[in-house]
Design a protein around this ligand. Structure first.
Ligand code: XIL
Length: 354
């Protein structure tokens, strides 16, 4: 089968030709994980039900990745169907896939204003919000302690328009700004071995430094108080048509590294809704964004990890969240819908090999 022959190429590092569209991949190109590993880095991707419904896709993920992260199964709404019960069945399957294939496993995410349980507003108030937050973190982090590569403890908490730089999330409103410290200290106590990450978007593509500066200030404040934050997660949901301001991004990454923090690219993809309909032109435009942005981020030695938000166009959240006006299926990830490598794969491989 084509899929089988293709991922075999990825595994053996053999010569793999993407038929119809996409480039021939260089001889002995190996896998993205292998290229990353040669340069002391880790490559991975977000995974979901597709690794169970498509064995070929599951084998491709295993061949190409060194770490995986559940796309949504570890979010509060998905693990806590009621205030008194947890359902970890899906997460346990994702972790079993990772561990049985020798892959690392990221936790995403503990504290976010999205994907809150449907019962949240009726149950959680100012009187019990801190207790609910710490109980959730202890339950989830404690269950997987010692088995997690890194946790996105707090996700998307920064808003540069606010006086204290914090988005007015239910957590900020119910507990106050100290919720961030509480979250990281609780996670560290529940799993001292996990790398604790602050994760956010709009830190690479933003034309102004406002969000970068607010994020830097938050991290400086946390570190000054001895709060256990170890890395900054840059989601990197990019777009064809977004211009890279290399100087600003380089300076920001240097400032983050200067705090002693690792940098992780956590949710990399390139929306193609502004790209031409023609597949070769579109694939080339997407690949160019991967090449320029990832190349800039990987110039920084503190950038340790790169994960795409999916590996094949069979499934991308962008198909729902940023659909093309012409209705054509998106082509935003390193592999196409038939598990063939695309120019985006070469662009990522080239950046990882820098
Ligand atoms: C997205 C998932 O990909 C979708 O399946 C889900 O419907 C919504 O969330 N930033 C994040 C991720 O941190 O958790 C989001 O993932 C994408 C934006």
């Amino acid at each position: 089968m084509l899929g089988a022959s293709l991922y075999a190429g990825a595994v053996a590092g053999g010569y793999v030709v993407a038929l119809d569209h996409g480039p021939a991949v260089e001889e002995g190109s190996g896998s993205l994980a292998g290229i990353a590993r040669k340069h002391g880095r880790v490559f991975g991707t977000a995974v979901g039900p597709l690794i169970e419904t498509s064995p070929d896709y599951g084998r491709l993920v295993t061949a190409e990745c060194g770490v995986v992260v559940p796309e949504y199964e570890l979010k509060w709404r998905h693990v806590a169907p009621t205030p008194a019960t947890y359902d970890f069945a899906a997460v346990d399957r994702r972790l079993a896939f990772a561990e049985s294939n020798g892959l690392g496993f990221r936790g995403h995410t503990l504290v976010w204003h999205e994907a809150l349980p449907r019962w949240f507003d009726e149950i959680v108030g100012t009187d019990n919000a801190a207790a609910c937050l710490t109980a959730h973190i202890r339950t989830v982090v404690g269950r997987y302690a010692g088995r997690i590569h890194s946790w996105d403890v707090v996700n998307e908490a920064v808003d540069p328009a606010e006086p204290d730089g914090l988005r007015r999330t239910p957590w900020r409103r119910l507990i106050g700004p100290d919720y961030v410290r509480l979250a990281y200290e609780t996670a560290a106590a529940a799993d001292p071995r996990a790398k604790l990450v602050y994760n956010d978007y709009g830190l690479v593509v933003s034309a102004t430094d406002a969000k970068r500066d607010a994020t830097l200030r938050l991290l400086e404040r946390l570190l000054a108080r001895g709060v256990p934050v170890h890395a900054l997660g840059l989601q990197c949901h990019l777009q064809v048509g977004t211009r890279l301001d290399e100087a600003r991004v380089r300076r920001f990454c240097a400032d983050i590294a200067g705090l002693g923090l690792e940098i992780m690219v956590t949710e990399l993809d390139v929306a193609d809704r502004r790209a031409p309909a023609d597949i070769d032109a579109r694939d080339g435009a997407v690949a160019e964004v991967y090449r320029t942005f990832l190349g800039c981020l990987l110039e920084q030695p503190a950038t340790s990890t790169v994960l795409t938000w999916g590996l094949s166009d069979i499934h991308s959240w962008l198909q729902t969240y940023q659909p093309r006006a012409d209705g054509l299926p998106c082509r935003v990830l390193p592999y196409d819908q038939r598990l063939r490598r695309k120019p985006a794969w070469n662009a990522i491989a080239g950046a990882l090999a820098l």
